[in-house]
Structures are given as structure tokens and as C-alpha cells.
Design a protein around this ligand. Structure first.
Ligand code: ZN
Length: 218
């Protein structure tokens, strides 16, 4: 019996394969392309020399095999975060437009006490900044002003929180370091509520349909 909710949200072809949130085909493809095999071989080689290799991929896949591969995790970390930005930042501009669309849909509670108008204005200004319509000085001022509105303590380092999702839109590449290359993983970590899963999946397909399809058809 075909139930829409049992179909893999990545490829849309096969049934979900628990404990994963995706089908067996997508799970296997992700694992095969992840570099895990190389890491395991490297570990074996070192073990034969009496040395121990700690590799994040081995840990990650141990965790995934125990708890399942998430659909958002697959699309964010294993498809979209593998795409490289270019000199003109065309890819990042698309990431920012994705985020603009997301903040329109996400519950206001995540960015409280900012008003809907303040949130939308800030998101639009971020798009404008990345399109070169707003100078860096003005971007800094707007960023600082939004930090005050959402009561973000920039001196305090803490775990990421939903308001970071919004504030990051106006930050430059230099601010992020490694996070620049793990953008989707990081922004999803700001708002991990399972309650929003369908929204993330819908928006990924809306904004990055071609990239996801290319991965599925590969
Ligand atoms: Zn699938």
C-alpha cells in the first residue's frame, strides 16, 4: 500500500528504511560516497602497526547506524554542504535566500522578542547585503541592532540558538571559518526541533531541487 509518508523524502521513490528517515538506496549511496571505506582501511592499516586512528567519519557512521540517518542530515550535510561556493558567492546568495524563506515560515518564538516586521526587514537587508546593495558598515550596524533586539549577548560564547540562524545571515565569510563549509549542518543545529522537519525538507526541495535531483540520479 502506498502511503505518501512512508516514501523517502529525498528521492521520493522508495519506502523509508527504519531506523533511517530515508530509503535503503539513499542510505547506501550516502554511506558509499562518504569516504568511510577509506577511513576504515586507514584504521586497519594503522592497527596492524599497533597504532589507533580516531576518525570523525567512523564515529559519525557508528552513530548513524545505531540511530538512523536523518533526511535533513542527508540533504544538508551530504548533498548541499558538498557544493562549493565560487568567487561571486552565487552559492552563498542562494543559501541566504533559502534562509530568508525559512525565517518567514518559522515560528516567531524562535526570534522573540523581535517583531515579524523586524525579522523580515533584517532578512531582506541580509539578501541586499549579499547582493552588494548594502555596504559592510551598514551591515555591521544592522547586525548589532538586531543583536540588541533579540538580546543576543555577543560576548558570551554558548551553544548555538535559534536567534543565531537569523543573525548569521548578515555575517561575512571571515566570521565563520570551518562553519562556512558546513553551513547547512550548522544552521540546522540552531533550530533542531523535529517539529520543523517537514518545513526543512519542503524548503530544501524548493530551493535546491536540481542539486538534490542530480545527487539522486547520479
Ligand atoms: Zn531515497
Amino acid at each position: 500500500m502506498k502511503n505518501k509518508n512512508n516514501i523517502c523524502p529525498v528521492c521520493g521513490k522508495y519506502p523509508i528504511y527504519p531506523p533511517h528517515e530515508v530509503c535503503l538506496d539513499c542510505y547506501q549511496r550516502t554511506k558509499n560516497n562518504s569516504g568511510l571505506d577509506e577511513a576504515l582501511m586507514e584504521r586497519e592499516k594503522l592497527a596492524s602497526e599497533g597504532r589507533v586512528l580516531h576518525h570523525h567519519l567512523i564515529d559519525d557512521w557508528h552513530n548513524i547506524d545505531m540511530n538512523g540517518l536523518g533526511a535533513i542530515q542527508l540533504m544538508g550535510e551530504y548533498i548541499l554542504d558538498k557544493i562549493e561556493d565560487d568567487e561571486k558567492h552565487l552559492w552563498h546568495k542562494r543559501r541566504i535566500r533559502f534562509m530568508q524563506d525559512m525565517v518567514k515560515e518559522l515560528d516567531m518564538k524562535y526570534f522573540a522578542p523581535a517583531t515579524r516586521q523586524q525579522i523580515d526587514d533584517f532578512a531582506q537587508a541580509s539578501v541586499d547585503f549579499w547582493d552588494g546593495k548594502i555596504a559592510i558598515q551598514e551591515a555591521r550596524e544592522r547586525h548589532l541592532s538586531m543583536c540588541k533586539i533579540v538580546q543576543k549577548d555577543i560576548m558570551k560564547s554558548s551553544d548555538w540558538e535559534p536567534k543565531d540562524f537569523l543573525l548569521w545571515m548578515m555575517e561575512t565569510e571571515e566570521v565563520f571559518g570551518w562553519m562556512w563549509y558546513q553551513w547547512f549542518e550548522c544552521i540546522h543545529a540552531c533550530i533542531p526541533d523535529k517539529y520543523n522537519d517537514e518545513l526543512w525538507i519542503k524548503m530544501f526541495h524548493k530551493h535546491f531541487h536540481d542539486e538534490i535531483k542530480a545527487w539522486v540520479d547520479k
